[in-house]
Design a protein around this ligand. Structure first.
Ligand SMILES: Nc1nc2c(ncn2[C@@H]2O[C@H](COP(=O)(O)OP(=O)(O)OP(=O)(O)O)[C@@H](O)[C@H]2O)c(=O)[nH]1
Ligand SMILES: [K+]
Ligand SMILES: [Mg+2]
Length: 438
């Protein structure tokens, strides 16, 4: 059965100056012809047309009509695009008219991208990159996502695949000629070198940060005794009033998370309850949550209390020690010889130095602006499977039959990376990340 022709509003929610409706599939051009009632414009050339309801002939809007013939289109199918006046009723009327055309069906979230995947226009890392691009909020996220949507990992994986196929061909040639003395010998040792080299390369890729943290934000927990100035600092860093600040110790009870970007690096700042002994059950729960936030943070900002003392911090994450109120203490703002950051949440002095330090610490998790090979944990898992299979192939070097088997397992892992094999179970979740009309 041929896939239905899908339509959807691809631009944002009306009212807007302009709204774009996309129709994708074998019946797209016929639907456009029925709406516009005239000869279709040449491909990729916009023409002004009066759109009419094919059912009653009523004029619905004057719109631009654009056609993108498959397979060189965003979905690989024929696509017709209608650029309408973005009024609520205009868009609703055109969508209703499309719904009335036989063979057309309203698209669900990610349906167009799913079509592009099935038509081979995009592979899985590109689809993931596209989803990340639509969600990107900071400059570093945008650059990373765009590189992946553009095929950064796809090209790397293609190179790995070719090298694996080469090695496999050499090993198999060795097997075929095994009864003819030492014909396959040199091929085999060539293959073993190639396998070792690729394993070393994948090892480096796996060692480097993956884009997971870049996507979700580096988790930055702020901890310390009551009145240390934690909430004041979080408000200052995020340039918003996210947390209540008062002179009363024990003001913050709950954990408060706020997103912010420093030099394009995404962070999630977590304000927490001040650490102290207390009989108050609510505050005690807040302090337990504070400790949990610190234990799972990527970076911890430990702030000194008003007496200048630090509470012990239990975490594996790097800890940056901060002393606030430099405006009162007169301490020079910025890091001192011990790496202790003096700053003022009132004047903002010392904040830039702290921001630089945070970006530097975050580099180990999100890189320093270079495009990361792996964008997420799924990609990391399959590359790790591929790497493990290569190590097994290396360990089995004495037995070409086993080597070939492990190389096939490595190829299978690469197939899962690009979406050529065995990924059906994760596709629904992935396409569900898109909006309708994408
Ligand atoms: N002068 C000055 N006052 C500050 C500074 N930072 C915080 N304060 C004041 O110190 C008091 C406590 O600040 P908060 O930000 O509420 O401290 P906290 O650590 O969040 O306190 P709890 O939530 O109660 O644990 C408030 O009155 C702030 O205005 C600073 O850098 N300079
Ligand atoms: K307080
Ligand atoms: Mg607070």
């Amino acid at each position: 059965m041929p896939a239905p022709t899908l339509f959807a509003l691809s631009s944002g929610r009306p009212p807007a100056a302009i709204s774009v409706i996309r129709i994708s599939g074998a019946a797209a051009f016929e639907a456009a012809r029925r709406l516009s009632g005239k000869a279709l414009p040449p491909p990729r050339t916009a023409r002004l047309r009066t759109l009419r309801d094919p059912a009653g002939g009523e004029a619905l809007d004057k719109a631009l009509l654009l056609l993108f013939p498959g397979p060189d289109s965003a979905t690989g199918d024929d696509i017709a695009e209608l650029h309408l006046h973005g009024g609520v009723a205009v868009v609703a009327a055109v969508l209703k008219a499309l719904d009335g055309i036989e063979g057309l069906k309203a698209a669900g979230p990610g349906d167009f991208t799913r079509r592009a995947f099935h038509n081979g226009v995009l592979d899985l890392p590109q689809v993931e990159g596209l989803a990340d691009l639509l969600a990107a909020e900071t400059e570093m996220q945008r650059r990373q996502a765009m590189a992946h949507a553009d095929g950064h990992l796809t090209r790397m994986a293609e190179g790995w695949r070719e090298r694996l196929l080469d090695a496999l061909a050499q090993v198999e040639a060795g097997l075929d000629f095994a009864d003819e003395g030492d014909v396959g010998e040199s091929d085999e040792s060539c293959a073993n070198d190639a396998i070792a080299a690729l394993a070393a390369e994948l090892d480096q890729v796996l060692e480097a940060p993956s884009g997971e943290r870049l996507r979700d934000g580096v988790r930055l927990a702020v901890t310390g005794p009551p009145n240390a100035g934690k909430s004041s600092l979080v408000n200052k860093l995020t340039e918003r009033d996210v947390a209540i600040v008062t002179a009363i110790p024990g003001t913050t009870r709950d954990r408060i998370e706020a997103h912010l970007a420093i030099k394009g690096v995404p962070f999630v700042a977590i304000d927490t309850a001040g650490l102290r002994e207390t009989g108050d059950v609510v505050e005690r729960e807040g302090i337990a949550r504070a400790r949990a936030a610190v234990a799972t943070a990527d970076i911890v900002l430990a702030m000194a209390g008003e007496d200048g003392r630090f509470e012990p911090v239990e975490t594996e994450a790097p800890v940056i020690r901060v002393m606030s109120r430099s405006d009162l203490s007169g301490a020079p703002a910025g890091p001192d010889a011990d790496g202790l950051h003096h700053l003022s949440a009132v004047t903002g002095d010392g904040l830039a130095a702290l921001a630089d330090r945070l970006v530097e610490e975050a580099g180990r998790l999100v890189g320093h602006g270079e495009i990361l090979a792996l964008a997420n944990d799924r990609q990391r898992r399959v590359v790790s499977d591929c790497h493990a299979a290569l190590l097994e192939a290396g360990a089995a070097a004495h037995d070409p039959v086993l080597v070939a088997e492990h190389l096939r397992a490595a190829l299978n892992a690469l197939g899962r990376l690009t979406g050529r094999v065995g990924v059906e179970d994760m596709l629904d979740a992935l396409f569900g990340r898109f909006c309708i009309g994408k």
